[in-house]
Design a protein around this ligand. Structure first.
Ligand SMILES: *[C@@H]1O[C@H](CO)[C@@H](O)[C@H](O)[C@H]1NC(C)=O
Ligand SMILES: *[C@@H]1O[C@H](CO)[C@@H](O)[C@H](O)[C@H]1NC(C)=O
Ligand SMILES: *[C@@H]1O[C@H](CO)[C@@H](O)[C@H](O)[C@H]1NC(C)=O
Ligand SMILES: *[C@@H]1O[C@H](CO)[C@@H](O)[C@H](O)[C@H]1NC(C)=O
Ligand SMILES: *[C@@H]1O[C@H](CO)[C@@H](O)[C@H](O)[C@H]1NC(C)=O
Ligand SMILES: *[C@@H]1O[C@H](CO)[C@@H](O)[C@H](O)[C@H]1NC(C)=O
Ligand SMILES: *[C@@H]1O[C@H](CO)[C@@H](O)[C@H](O)[C@H]1NC(C)=O
Ligand SMILES: *[C@@H]1O[C@H](CO)[C@@H](O)[C@H](O)[C@H]1NC(C)=O
Length: 382
């Protein structure tokens, strides 16, 4: 079958190479029959967002990455990485939005339908939503990236439940800094509790507190009112129950907080925003032992006491507990150390995980040594 797909890919390449690209590469819209390869970009009309291939993924970025975490706000194919530099994004005659590539089965984002007289286009909107819709009057929306959140919530996106489709709008972190595969943390809106929840492998890690009448979440740590210029919308009806937010600003709002914002759930469970804002949730504060700022306590083994926590230190261990394991994310590595009463520290690098026991030899003063996360004992009360 792979050769069949390769044939499709080569045929498309051939057909497309006969086309003359009829529009500039800085358009915001992809039309039926357009060529969109790994070097092309769509740019939203206001210039804020860019869509294009990046390595093995089709992504949307803030165009100016300096004002936001250096991370895509959306990825089309996080479950299906493609062979680098071979991706072609296409809308075919029946409206199917598909990534064709050199490495096998095409990735279908929208399957289209049977009506060959369709005229559809896909546009990267000013709010970062990539929308496939009928070009003619009415402009019915067929598919939109905002319905398939990855690890980032942009202003205008929904968090919650679509009662019509039964689907949830929620975020799932990457496995590791550079690995888009779904990782250990999820972020969701619970319309009954009226709170935002972050879970770590299913266990509640952090909660926002109940949305107040004056439009605040008690556990969104904010140094001052300009950090989080968020206006929340909380909707619940028979079709859907969701939370979304938009930005408000006044004359004192810093320039880059007027149109740059995102809730980015990173692979360690932090929630970060752009525009130079401080973290909304700092995962370091949430280590299972404290309940400040919305952090939740979770059950640990008897050998861990309240106040025990991980800290990053330079130095070395003599005793390695077990062989290095692979394909283990940072948080899963941390968790396996926490649960192993012989573990006194761990190292997690490029999704390998090594646990250590015994004494740690601190060399902070000399420097130049490797860094480990070691368990610092808390005050032993009782
Ligand atoms: C993408 O298409 C352009 C023509 O618009 C062409 O010059 C370029 O070589 C193509 N890039 C790839 C990687 O196919
Ligand atoms: C998105 O940002 C990443 C990281 O800065 C960069 O490598 C990539 O080329 C960007 N992609 C697009 C489509 O702008
Ligand atoms: C468009 O793609 C879909 C799904 O890949 C396929 O079923 C359909 O036949 C294609 N339509 C045309 C006109 O090629
Ligand atoms: C598409 O139309 C053909 C011919 O009318 C029909 O046989 C086929 O079942 C239809 N396919 C779908 C997916 O509706
Ligand atoms: C599709 O719609 C656009 C915008 O309305 C129009 O410019 C274009 O000619 C249409 N294409 C076809 C094939 O009908
Ligand atoms: C959607 O969220 C609700 C409430 O949080 C939960 O009960 C349900 O299992 C979720 N459904 C899916 C498909 O994840
Ligand atoms: C973003 O906001 C700044 C400050 O108000 C403004 O100068 C800039 O034009 C805005 N950019 C976009 C794309 O709206
Ligand atoms: C890690 O995962 C990848 C992808 O699933 C797999 O190809 C690789 O063999 C795994 N590595 C190890 C050491 O298990």
């Amino acid at each position: 079958m792979a050769s069949g797909f390769t044939l499709i890919y080569k045929t498309l390449l051939l057909i497309f190479s006969l086309f003359i690209v009829s529009h500039s590469l800085t358009t915001d819209t992809l039309k039926q029959g357009d060529v969109f390869n790994s070097t092309h970009r769509l740019l939203s009309k206001n210039g804020l967002f860019t869509l294009g291939f990046s390595g093995s993924y089709l992504v949307i970025n803030y165009t100016n990455q300096k004002n936001s975490p250096n991370h895509p706000v959306w990825s089309a194919n996080r479950y299906d990485p493609i062979l680098e530099n071979t991706g072609l994004l296409t809308i075919n005659g029946t409206g199917s939005l598909t990534i064709v590539h050199g490495g096998g089965k095409p990735v279908e984002l929208y399957s289209g339908n049977n009506d060959s007289s369709r005229n559809v286009t896909a546009t990267l909107h000013d709010n970062g939503n990539f929308v496939l819709q009928e070009a003619n009057s009415g402009g019915q929306i067929l598919w939109q990236s905002f319905d398939y959140p990855t690890d980032t919530l942009l202003p205008g996106m929904k968090l919650g439940i679509n009662h019509k489709t039964g689907k949830n709008w929620s975020l799932t972190s990457w496995l590791d800094e550079n690995i888009p595969t779904p990782g250990g943390f999820t972020l969701e809106w619970d319309p009954n509790a009226r709170q935002v929840f972050v879970r770590r492998r299913g266990v509640v890690f952090w909660t926002s507190g109940v949305l107040t009448a004056d439009n605040r979440f008690p556990n969104f740590v904010s140094l001052d009112s300009l950090n989080q210029n968020y206006k929340f919308t909380d909707v619940s009806n028979s079709d859907e129950s969701y939370l979304s937010y938009s930005l408000y600003f006044d004359e004192w709002t810093p320039e880059d907080r007027r149109n740059i914002s995102e809730w980015f759930l990173d692979y360690k469970g932090n929630i970060r925003d752009g525009g130079g804002r401080p973290f909304i949730v700092s995962s370091e504060a949430c280590d299972g032992s404290r309940e400040e700022f919305g952090c939740q306590k979770w059950e640990g083994p008897k050998c861990r006491t309240d106040g025990d926590k991980f800290a990053l230190r330079a130095g070395y261990f003599v005793d390695r507990l077990e062989d290095t394991s692979y394909n283990t994310s940072f948080i899963d590595c941390q968790d396996s150390c926490w649960k192993n009463c012989d573990c006194t520290g761990f190292m997690s690098a490029s999704y390998t995980c090594t646990l250590y026991g015994g004494l740690f030899y601190n060399t902070d003063l000399r420097g130049g040594e490797l860094s480990y996360f070691i368990i610092i004992p808390g005050p032993k009360c009782k």
